[in-house]
Design a protein around this ligand. Sequence first.
Ligand code: AMP
Length: 117
Amino acid sequence: MKKDDCLFCKIVAGEIPSTKVYEDDVVYAFEDVNPMMPVHTLIVPKNHYDNVAAGIPNEELGHLFNTAGTVADIKGIKDSGFRIIVNTNDDACQSVHHVHVHVLGGEPMNDGDPSKS
Ligand code: AMP
């Protein structure tokens, strides 16, 4: 299912250009247009869900997260380490309301404790 006014649905459909990292029947992974780290890839399900709490079937959600390891392998950061982030709704600054997993890495990160930032 596709949502007509959704940016990431348009990317999945090829209506908006992107740099593909990985694709299969369920997910599409592409480079973030504004990378925050040397590696910054986004993974989306091809079906539209507004966010990670929108009732995604377990199999599809599992596939989405398993793809993070696949992407990390493709990008050469599986062993050095990577971080996955899924921003959800306003307090977490979700800006595109089609669920997506950020895969970040390529250099050492801090420990991610928000109380220290
Ligand atoms: P979030 O803030 O978690 O919703 O993340 C949305 C991400 O989508 C941001 O990191 C943006 O840089 C990225 N983004 C927005 N538009 C595009 C695009 N056309 N192609 C690739 N990444 C994009």
